[in-house]
Every structure is written in C-alpha cells, then in structure tokens.
Design a protein around this ligand. Sequence first.
Ligand code: NAP
Length: 250
Amino acid sequence: MNIIIIGATFGIGYELSKKYLDQCDNLILLARTQEKLQNLKLEFNSNRTKISTFSLDVTDKENCQRILREIVKEFKTIDLTVYCSGYYEPHDTFDIKLELFEKTFAVNFFGMVNCFSILLPHLKSQNSGHLAAISSLAGFGGLPNSSSYGPSKAAMINYFESIKIDCDKNNIYLSIINPGFVKSRLTDKNTFDMPFIMEADKAAEVIFEGLMQKKYDITFPFQMKFLFKFLKILPRPIYFLLVKILTKNI
Ligand SMILES: NC(=O)c1ccc[n+]([C@@H]2O[C@H](COP(=O)([O-])OP(=O)(O)OC[C@H]3O[C@@H](n4cnc5c(N)ncnc54)[C@H](OP(=O)(O)O)[C@@H]3O)[C@@H](O)[C@H]2O)c1
C-alpha cells in the first residue's frame, strides 16, 4: 500500500503521517521544509514502511506537477493521498491585503487542484484509490476575521462535491475533512478563546479512523459538527444573529 501525505512536516499532517507507520509499504511525505523532511526520515523508524520525502511548494505549478509525476512513475499504484497543506492568517474586514487572499487561495485551493491535476488522472487509470483533503468548519459558512480563509475552504468543499460522482464512476474514494480548532502553528495566531480545541495527534486519530472507514465527510469534534451543520441550514438572518452572539469576543 502506497500513501502520500502532502503537508507532512508540521501539525495535523505530521501527526497523521505517524499513524501510517507500519500500516503501509511506502509513506511518501511532501512539504516545503527540506530540513524537517530529512529529520522525518530519521524519526519515522519502521520495519515495514519505507519513508520517502520530496520537498515541494504546492503553489509552484510546474515543479509541484513534475514531482508528483515522478512519484506516480516510481510508486505506480497510489492507494491514498491526504492533502494537509494549508495557510491561515486572521485579518481585518476593512484592511484588505490582496496578497493575503492570493496566498491563502494559492495554498488551500489552487495548491490542492495542482496536486490533483496529476493524481486524479492517475487514479482514473488505475481505477482505484482514495483522495482526501483537509478543509475546515470555516468552509461551512462565513465567519468574522475569516474572509480569505473561509472562502478558500468553502471552495475545497464545493470542489469535492463537484468531482464526487465522476470519482464514484472510477472507483475513487473521496474524503473531505473538516476539523474544528486544532493546536498548531495556524491556531497559535489566534488570540481568542477556541472552544473544544484539540491536540493535533487526537485530530489525526479521528482522521485516521474516518479514512480507514472511507467516510466522505469527516467533520469533528462532534459538538462543533452539530453546531456548524445546524447553522448551515438556518435562514441567513438567524445565522447572522447566532454567529454575532457566538463570536462576540473575537
Ligand atoms: N489547526 C486548526 O485548527 C485547523 C482547523 C481546521 C482546518 N485546518 C486545516 O488543516 C490543515 C493543516 O493545518 P495545521 O493546523 O496542521 O497547520 P500547520 O501546522 O501550519 O501545517 C501546515 C502544513 O502545510 C505545509 N505547507 C504550507 N504551505 C505549503 C506550501 N506552499 N507547499 C507545500 N506545503 C505547504 C506545511 O509544511 P511546510 O511549511 O514545510 O511547507 C505544514 O506541513 C490546513 O489545511 C488547515 O487549514 C486546521
């Protein structure tokens, strides 16, 4: 079994990579930070699983596609890919920095599509496989301070819905992962209280279990899942009223 984790150097991707040690033949770890990737090779000791690392920036279209082409050529069958790369910066509604919007979409959305542009045709040709990506509860509906991150995550959710039926026809499983707050470099930027915040290894455990069961929708923790799924179906005036109350300290 061959597994690719994109965004494996830190946070959720790093913890998730650990879960696949001894669970697969090849664990192929990707991210930008070369030094950290080298360390992972030493740190991840396994009798069964061979660790391969590739340094790539998902926003560098040509280089990213070239590396993924090399990977599919070398490893042939790709059983599971999890896209964990992501970027988040809280910002003020009235101080729009276009570079921030561009970077957020470049990593979260276009980076994913860039990787999938090589992986999806390959999975189609092997008539099997499983593609997963970490979106966010912030993609369920607009939230204050999240006008670049939220839309990029909503785009990921919509993209997965758009490709689902064609993937079904080609025996390709999909999983869209929507965590609440998880301790990582990204949430370290938040200064407000984050309800039900989880450790990254706990989040990785929930994701690992969901992926094993080939669930399409892996949304957690359950308290936030029910709250956000409920908010999603409300008429917008009630939604805005509740979000205003829930985020009054942000
Ligand atoms: N933490 C949360 O509360 C939370 C909640 C919901 C969703 N999420 C989502 O979960 C995912 C993982 O987040 P995290 O909290 O674990 O963040 P993190 O600790 O910052 O990890 C992000 C990973 O993405 C990689 N990455 C960033 N930019 C990249 C690029 N241009 N090319 C390739 N890889 C890149 C980073 O590695 P390098 O820096 O080495 O490239 C790192 O391995 C993200 O999509 C995030 O939006 C997080």
